[in-house]
Design a binder for this molecule. Structure first.
Ligand SMILES: *Cc1c(COP(=O)(O)O)cnc(C)c1O
Length: 496
């Protein structure tokens, strides 16, 4: 960068300035010129125009003026100074903030594979590609290409869901909570739903089953007790107000000890005897037994539930299915038709991006062998993933950094998360990290504020970087983010 500081004189700063520090501020155009040079050096020229630079320069100068006025022209500490280099850096910082992705990728070092705070399942490459292509161009999301007439969104993925779960028909909505709301509104509004007390769960902080049922205008008929519910409890609760029987996978909690719940098959027999539909919310979205076998979990699957007699099965698209956020409803054609025709459906429908990504994910899942390698959530869940060598290498690199007091590879416990199998830890490996001059909480925060953010776990006075959820090609970035985080006083790479 050219140095132009010597050309700066009080006269050039403007004639009407009062005789205080404000006189020393450069004119906006001059500051903009200096920033323009810096922007060119940084290679941002095609992303930041002159107008934007002038505006940012003006804002920074106005802020300095206001700050000087507030301090009555008193001398300021060096950190607060007005030399041109510092002003340029302030403007560049402001421009950089605007260039940063609003929601860029983060590195998940928590070991929680389906971390709701980090967007749950990362998409597979085929799904991400399909989404990208559909995003940039038009896509026939609601157009029947054969007849040229208006089509049905869910029909796009219906065939795939049929082949994967054996369902008659299927419907895709915004998420599984929306699926449940739709089912309640369309099939149980003004009537009641029978649910076991052992299944009235809260999932993910805000999804509370009793409230969802109530909000959709259906009544709740609780049966049994928290730990035990028997077939006779359901049979005794059914009356002429009953709209359907609902079974919910407890997902994020387990009752241990003396427990009893009623199987789908037994519930189906009761429902059939009373001419009522049986709805099963399985949560995680395992589609069939072949896919369950890929994972170290004990989760219900849609195929088995339908075979055992459930009329509708609901699940999330972004949990163990490994796809985009959505709620999927599979089951009896006549019931799906009623849901699809309900006016609320218009408020719950998904867009072309979701359908493109979901379709590609389902295609991969048709071949479990391929799914195991291709879908990140499934690949990361496998207990045989070899992480030790990576952890040792990473620990070695981190231990060599200035400011690191300790970095050792060691065992950790990873979890599927996303409301599945809370008790089933997956043995994992990570780096246990301690900084010389930062507390574990401060280091954790500093890593979260890194570029990209690295989200880790704090445990026993250490920051734990669990490698199970870190993509292999991110290891190098982790080292860079730790390097920057451990010396937080230095200015960021872009503002130097
Ligand atoms: C996670 C979960 C939900 C909520 O699903 P979203 O897709 O997050 O709306 C509902 N029911 C069960 C059983 C779940 O596990």
């Amino acid at each position: 960068m050219k140095r132009r500081d010597e050309t700066m004189t009080p006269e050039r700063a403007g004639r009407c300035e009062p005789a205080d520090a404000r006189r020393a501020l450069p004119p906006v155009n001059r500051l903009a010129d200096l920033v323009g040079d810096r922007v060119a050096d940084l290679g941002w020229a095609d992303r930041v125009g002159r107008e934007r630079i002038v505006e940012a320069a003006r804002t920074v100068i106005e802020q300095r003026r206001a700050a000087i006025a507030a301090s009555d022209g008193a001398p300021h500490d060096s950190d607060d100074g007005d030399d041109e280099a510092l002003l340029v850096r302030r403007v560049v910082c402001a421009l950089e903030r605007d260039l940063r992705p609003v929601l860029g990728p983060a590195i998940n070092a928590t070991g929680i594979i389906l971390h709701t705070g980090l967007g749950r399942a990362p998409l597979s490459k085929p799904a991400a590609t399909a989404l990208f292509e559909a995003a940039r161009r038009y896509a026939p999301v609601e157009l029947d290409l054969d007849s040229g007439r208006r089509g049905d969104r869910s029909a796009i993925v219906c065939d795939w869901l049929r082949r994967l779960t054996g369902c008659e028909s299927a419907l895709v909505v915004n998420n599984n909570a929306a699926a449940l709301v739709l089912v309640m509104a369309a099939l149980a509004r003004g009537r009641s739903v029978v649910v076991s007390r052992g299944e009235l769960v809260e999932i993910g902080g805000s999804f509370r089953l009793p409230y969802v049922i109530g909000a959709a205008g259906a009544g709740l008929r609780e049966v049994g007790t928290t730990n035990r519910t028997r077939p006779t409890d359901y049979a005794a609760a059914i009356d002429d107000q009953t709209a359907l029987l609902l079974k919910v996978h407890p997902s994020n909690f387990r009752v241990q000890g003396f427990t009893a719940s009623v199987s789908v098959a037994d519930l189906s027999a009761i429902a059939t005897r009373h001419g009522l539909p049986l709805v099963h919310d399985i949560g995680s979205g395992m589609l069939n037994r072949a896919i369950v076998r890929l994972l170290p979990v004990d989760e219900p699957d849609a195929q088995s539930s339908l075979e055992a007699g459930a009329d509708l099965v609901l699940f999330s698209g972004d949990k163990l299915l490994g796809g985009p956020q959505c709620g999927i409803i599979v089951g009896r054609g006549d019931l799906i038709d009623r849901l699809a025709r309900h006016p609320m459906m218009r408020a719950l429908r998904v867009d072309k991006l979701t359908l493109a990504a979901l379709g590609a994910t389902l295609q991969v899942l048709l071949d479990p062998e391929r799914a195991r390698e291709t879908i990140p959530a499934i690949r990361m869940s496998r207990p045989d993933a070899d992480l030790s060598a990576r952890a040792r290498r990473l620990a070695e690199q981190l231990a060599g950094l200035d400011g690191v007091a300790e970095a050792v590879a060691g065992p950790t416990e990873a979890y599927l998360g996303g409301g599945s199998s809370p008790a089933q830890a997956i043995a994992s490996v990570g780096v246990h990290l301690r900084a010389r001059d930062l507390s574990e909480d401060d280091l954790g925060r500093s890593l979260r504020l890194g570029d990209p953010p690295v989200v880790a776990r704090i445990q026993n006075g250490r920051v734990v970087l669990d490698l199970r959820t870190v993509f292999e090609d991110q290891d190098e970035r982790v080292v860079e983010v730790v390097r920057a985080a451990i010396r937080p006083v230095e200015p960021g790479p872009l503002s130097r």
